[in-house]
Design a protein around this ligand. Structure first.
Ligand code: AMP
Length: 143
């Protein structure tokens, strides 16, 4: 199977490297380019109007920090990374948007292989699969 441009969704947790290793192998095998996306959910999603202060400075700091961490993560990979996207919004919708805008033909996400209800409802992998306009690979994360 051959892909041209793979998008790896990175949550910047310790598990990200496990998922990245599979994405890199796949990209190398199919002579594909690889890009990364990290989504920051806005603080206002969590706190809404409940916090009587301006969250924009904290939000900016979070964005800068995430950009720095994603750049470092990209540099650690065993192949060059074409683009690194740090975007703000709803995780699944932003991954879909970036995939569409950058002509992605495979999205790679991590999956915890949960059971029962949380398997059906909880996972980002599940959310990304639904509504994706291209293939989605869920890489089983151990632990
Ligand atoms: P979760 O189901 O939330 O534990 O996440 C599983 C996978 O979804 C991660 O390994 C990532 O591939 C992807 N993911 C979760 N959160 C984010 C995020 N904020 N930005 C990009 N990808 C994410």
């Amino acid at each position: 199977m051959s892909y041209e441009h793979i998008l790896l969704a990175v949550d910047l947790t310790e598990e990200s490297q496990q998922v990245a290793e599979k994405a890199v192998i796949l990209a190398q095998q199919s002579s594909s380019t690889l890009s990364l996306v990290h989504v920051i959910e806005p603080l206002s999603f969590a706190y809404g109007g409940d916090v009587p202060m301006d969250l924009s400075t904290i939000q900016e700091q979070l964005d800068e920090h995430a950009q720095q961490r994603l750049t470092e993560f990209a540099a650690q990979q065993a192949m060059p990374i074409k683009q690194t996207h740090v975007v703000t919004g709803h995780t699944e919708s932003e991954i879909h948007r970036i995939a569409k805008e950058t002509d992605i033909d495979l999205i790679v996400v991590g999956s915890h292989g949960r059971h029962g209800l949380s398997l059906l409802l909880g996972s980002t992998a599940n959310g990304v699969l639904h509504g994706a306009k291209c293939d989605v690979l869920a890489v089983r994360v151990k632990g």
